[in-house]
Design a protein around this ligand. Sequence first.
Ligand SMILES: Cc1cc2nc3c(=O)[nH]c(=O)nc-3n(C[C@H](O)[C@H](O)[C@H](O)COP(=O)(O)OP(=O)(O)OC[C@H]3O[C@@H](n4cnc5c(N)ncnc54)[C@H](O)[C@@H]3O)c2cc1C
Length: 270
Amino acid sequence: MDRAVEGMDRSFGAWTMPDEYREMQRLVRRFVQGDVRAVEDTLPHDATSCPADKLAPLQEKAKAMGLWCVRTPEAYGGAGLNLLGQAVWAEEAKQVRMGLYNAAMGAFGIDPPNVIWEGNRRQIEAYGLPGVEKGTKCFVAISEPSGGADPGRSIQLRAEKVGGKYVLNGSKMWITGAAKADWGIVYARTGGRGRSGISSFIVDRDTPGLSIREIPVIRAYSPFELHFDNVEVPAENLLGAEGQGFQLAEKWLVDNRIQYSAGTLGVAQA
Ligand SMILES: Cc1cc2nc3c(=O)[nH]c(=O)nc-3n(C[C@H](O)[C@H](O)[C@H](O)COP(=O)(O)OP(=O)(O)OC[C@H]3O[C@@H](n4cnc5c(N)ncnc54)[C@H](O)[C@@H]3O)c2cc1C
């Protein structure tokens, strides 16, 4: 965005980016093109993450800039950028080799899925806050072999309530980051057909019965297939109310896609 209008008369009537966003854009660009790239250049060409000892100083610097977990509300330790701020950030942060799937190699931390903040206090404290603190990845599992574009119809993974837990059976496809995540959000069917039959669950990656298989793709960073064989999830890990899952999935997708789209523009520019 910035490069296109630099040096131009900015009074031509079209929307122009407010100065505070322009300033942040310059700050992020300097950090990413200077500090982050210098470290990435020391890594193998198709590395998908940065070793912890090299990442830590970059993360400290991002924190000092007030740009830690930019998509997480300030109340939970993030920078709390709005959607425009996130788009400006993403366009710059993704202009490194692994940027499309690992913005700035994780130098700004990795935001937990925004819907965790819709959870209750226990869920936020047990899952959301440690995620912000550690800057580690979580997975979000919506898509299935039956399709991903229309989750209201295609979600078939079943969650049956048995006493104080839900028992999950079925599969998820194309799930990003599942193998390295501590936990993820899984959308499953607790009710009948359609959107109102879907609920969402916080699932620990090492829960017995959950198996994870890499799906090789042409780039270095593969997504995963998840298979649920009688996976027992405590009822307290139901996120939101039963039947509210589709709304939560929508909230995650809409928010996520804005910065994701801006990020692809950044990748194209790079
Ligand atoms: C690298 C990668 C990473 C991914 N990571 C994740 C992840 O982390 N979590 C996750 O949940 N998913 C993930 N996905 C899956 C992704 O969200 C889906 O690929 C996407 O939603 C499209 O679903 P699909 O591939 O099953 O296509 P389909 O749903 O089969 O759609 C195929 C085509 O049909 C159209 N279509 C489908 N249904 C309808 C309808 N009812 N009416 C009209 N048109 C329709 C679609 O628009 C599309 O053009 C990932 C995919 C990839 C490739």
